[in-house]
Design a protein around this ligand. Structure first.
Ligand code: NZQ
Ligand code: ZN
Length: 391
């Protein structure tokens, strides 16, 4: 196990009607004037936004609102949010929605207290200061409710990039699994896929002797394998949604990733797809992951064979561990397809002729040096091959 620092101070309020405590929580974490940030309207239609406002009013907390965050959130609304916060002297940003809304809120929170262009953070500058952020999560997926990360797309060139810093870890997150019952099945499935991707990105490591995190990841993957299909079958299954919601947080607050190198190849490859075609991040990952895994598996066959046996129930073929490894990847892919995720470029809406552009942006866009991947170092040529495997 490698040395690590881990600081994860988010307060979680989990369970039915937890959103009614929002006012108390904002007060507890020092908010006096709040920006309520939300997406395309699901929280208005469900009545959640009104309940949140009532809870703030009960505590005498004033607020301004900014809706309209799109999935794969854009820089334009972030600039608008920063201006609004400065004009209104906002001191707390409250995200009501999914990963996109939370990430846009984090970008605004960091941008308000920064003299330069907030995009600097999305070119590698670490975030050390931000307004406090709180979240009310409506979809189990990105894990942004407990993560120090934010992913934004710059509209001028559709560059989708991430920023990081403990300053943007939410001060609190309200997790009411019942809020996710209104999700369309496709979004639930995309979220399930993303959660599993966050686990795989950490499982693919070059660190040795990391039993505790290996076993945590396997436990969470087993939970997702069990609960994912149950939620797709019965969207009102509160208990399954509850398990998924907490697994989604644990998958990405990095308690499963400490002390080990991590991969993030599938995420980098996918982010180019969601930037260019505006597809749901989880759907892009469903097509990306099997291709990446098949391409890199020879680097450490036993790692793929291990997850195949421990999570996917495959029998270990000691003479041909590559057979077991491949069986595990195929079993994972079958589960993703069974919950409604796309299988290839065509079903995703991606085009083969765009592969050179995708690979170029991936490896050289926004100041990158031509190489990606924490598990196996991949060049632009490798990435083109992987995209071709997805066709
Ligand atoms: O915008 P509204 O109307 O709210 O609709 C949303 C949106 O259309 C809808 N939705 C959310 N909750 C709902 C609901 N509809 C009905 N009922 C509900 N309860 O679902 C759609 C997707 O929402 P979005 O916020 O985009 O989903 P998700 O949480 O998957 O976030 C995706 C974004 O997070 C980034 C992704 O790249 C993508 O941009 N990620 C962020 C990470 C982080 N900050 O740590 C890590 C991830 O790996 C990921 O990259
Ligand atoms: Zn993700």
């Amino acid at each position: 196990m490698e040395n690590f620092s881990f600081y994860s101070p988010t307060f979680f309020e989990f369970g039915k009607e937890a959103e009614n405590k929002t006012g108390e929580l904002v007060k507890r974490f020092g908010g006096g004037k709040v920006l309520i940030h939300y997406g395309g309207g699901s929280v208005v239609r469900s009545g959640l936004l009104d309940r949140v406002k009532d809870s703030l009013k009960k505590e005498g907390i004033s607020f301004v609102e900014l809706g309209g965050v799109k999935p794969n959130p854009r820089s334009g609304l972030v600039y608008e949010g920063i201006d609004l916060c400065k004009k209104e002297n906002v001191d707390f940003v409250l995200a009501v929605g999914g990963g996109s809304t939370i990430d846009s809120s984090k970008a605004i929170a960091a941008g308000v207290v920064y003299d330069g262009d907030f995009w600097d953070f999305y070119c590698g500058k670490y975030i050390t200061e931000a307004l406090p952020v709180g979240t009310i999560l409506t979809i189990a997926a990105a894990g942004s409710e407990g993560s120090p990360d934010s992913v934004i797309t710059r509209e001028s060139d559709m560059m989708k990039r991430g920023a990081s810093g403990d300053a943007i870890r939410p001060k609190f997150s309200v997790l009411n699994p019942a809020l996710t019952q209104t999700l369309p099945a496709f979004q639930s499935a995309a979220g399930i896929t993303d959660i599993m991707a966050h686990l795989y990105e950490r499982y693919l490591t070059n660190s040795t002797e990391v039993e505790v995190t290996d076993r945590l990841i396997e436990a969470l993957l087993l939970t997702m394998k069990h609960e994912g299909p149950r939620v797709i079958e019965n969207p009102d299954n509160y208990e399954a949604r509850a398990n998924i919601m907490w697994a989604g947080m644990m998958a990405h607050n990095n308690s499963c990733g400490v002390g080990r190198s991590q991969d993030w190849t599938s995420h980098d490859i996918e982010h180019e797809l969601s930037a260019l075609y505006d597809v749901a991040h989880g759907a892009g990952l469903a097509v990306t992951m099997p291709a990446v895994f098949k391409y890199v598996m020879k680097h450490n066959i036993m790692r793929f064979a291990q997850v195949a046996v421990r999570v996917w129930g495959c029998c270990m073929d000691f003479e041909h561990p590559e057979v077991t490894a491949l069986e595990g990847i195929n079993a994972f892919r079958s589960v993703l397809i069974s919950i409604g995720m796309p299988r290839n470029f065509g079903e995703l809406g991606a085009k083969e002729e765009d592969i050179p552009v995708l690979a170029q942006n991936l490896c050289y866009g926004n100041g990158r040096d031509g190489k990606i991947g924490g598990f196996v170092t991949l060049t632009k040529g490798d990435c083109e091959e992987i995209y071709k495997m997805m066709v």
